[in-house]
Design a protein around this ligand. Structure first.
Ligand code: HEC
Ligand code: HEC
Length: 323
């Protein structure tokens, strides 16, 4: 335990120093060491990155091993970032794609990548070798996040314990050029994070950063049906259970139109209780990472609700747990 703590602290110090170096290089300062203000801001950056990567943007959700004998597929402790989860026809993918190792391991992870190389993969889907990533990796969404948020995530990834897990190569039955999506933002510099006081706009930013759309929008021929945005009904057949994503538009009969802010918040908050994660295999379970989203701050969850109340209501009756 003590050793772990020492190596973690050393790791953090190294990361702090690296980030500080990066920042001072970029601001053109000659820099004569860390002042406490800088160290604080790096600490804050890593904290923000940890929050986003774990509880909002799903990086750790997809890039770690999940245990579906627990409700909502708890992350197996110690596997954070090591990759290997399989994405296949369950996600409507023409082939098989594997979440990659995003720990700082220099051989099988991203330890040798520069911050800009990692940012390119996260926001443009282009990795260090110049290969394009299949958009199940939600770079079309991260493409619109603020530069600060993206570089905070990167700073946090560098604090993960390196894993030498070697992830198999993907196999696609269509050329990637067909699957490469249109990206809305050409540069992170242009992206603006709305002020938290603007609840609806900030909520939209959070919903985008959390990829709520990807699971909650039906697909046809591999493309999201934008006229049915957030209306649910995407079936996840996980073998041990089946779940349809819910209609989260403000339709009052089939969506969340009759929910109020408190109900919405409570739905997430109950999942802060570890007792919730005992699951009965084959019974009610979900692929939605409730265990992670539950740790979003109350105000972020409320902002998400405010935004969802403004999207077009769509009537679509979904049976969440089909037989
Ligand atoms: C829905 C699941 C999912 C989520 C969420 C997700 N990823 Fe990924 N990611 C993948 C998959 C799958 C690949 C591999 C894609 C491929 O091989 O075409 C990937 C690839 C990557 C790569 C490229 C690595 C390499 O070796 O080429 C990086 C870096 C990465 N993800 C980082 C992140 C970060 C950071 C986040 C959060 C901001 C994130 N991912 C969120 C599934 C996901
Ligand atoms: C990995 C896929 C996935 C992601 C990502 C996801 N969801 Fe879900 N969601 C589901 C599924 C499947 C269900 C239905 C089963 C359940 O209730 O857990 C669901 C259910 C819900 C419900 C319950 C609605 C009801 O009628 O009971 C709400 C609310 C919700 N999601 C909101 C969100 C929001 C907000 C986000 C983004 C922060 C999000 N979801 C991201 C898959 C997902």
């Amino acid at each position: 335990m003590k050793n772990k703590f020492v190596s973690l602290t050393t790791g953090l110090v190294v990361v702090f120093a690296m980030v500080a170096f990066f920042i001072s290089c970029n601001s053109g300062e000659t820099g004569n060491g860390l002042d406490s203000g800088k160290a604080d801001s790096i600490k804050q950056m890593i904290e923000r990155g940890k929050y986003l990567a774990n509880d909002v943007s799903g990086c750790i959700d997809c890039h770690s091993q999940r245990d579906y004998t627990k409700f909502s597929g708890l992350i197996v402790k110690g596997t954070e970032g090591k990759g290997g989860e399989i994405f296949n026809e369950i996600y409507d993918i023409p082939g098989v794609v594997f979440a990659r190792n995003i720990t700082p391991d220099t051989l099988n992870g991203i330890g040798k990548w520069t911050d800009d190389e990692i940012a390119n993969a996260i926001t443009k889907g282009i990795n260090r070798n110049g290969d394009t990533l299949y958009p199940i990796m939600p770079y079309p969404h991260y493409n619109q996040m603020s530069k600060d948020d993206i570089y905070s995530i990167i700073a946090y990834l560098r604090t993960l314990s390196p894993s030498n897990n070697k992830v198999p190569d993907r196999f696609l039955t269509i050329p990637m050029s067909v699957a490469y999506p249109v990206l809305l933002s050409s540069s992170l510099e242009n992206n603006i994070k709305p002020d938290v006081t603007d609840k609806v706009k900030y909520g939209a930013y959070m919903v985008n950063s959390a990829n709520c759309m990807d699971c909650h929008t039906p697909k046809e021929n591999g493309k999201y049906v934008i006229s049915k945005l957030f209306s649910g009904g995407f079936t996840f057949n996980m073998g041990s259970f089946k779940a349809n994503s819910a209609n989260i538009t403000p339709d009052s009969l089939t969506g969340i139109g009759k929910w109020n802010e408190e109900m919405f918040l409570d739905k997430f908050k109950t999942c802060r209780d570890p007792a919730k994660y005992i699951s009965n295999p084959g019974k009610v379970n979900s692929i939605m990472p409730w265990s992670l989203f539950a740790n979003m701050t109350d105000s972020d969850i409320k902002a998400i609700f405010s935004y969802l109340c403004t999207v077009p209501p769509i009537t679509n009756l979904v049976e969440k747990y089909p037989k």
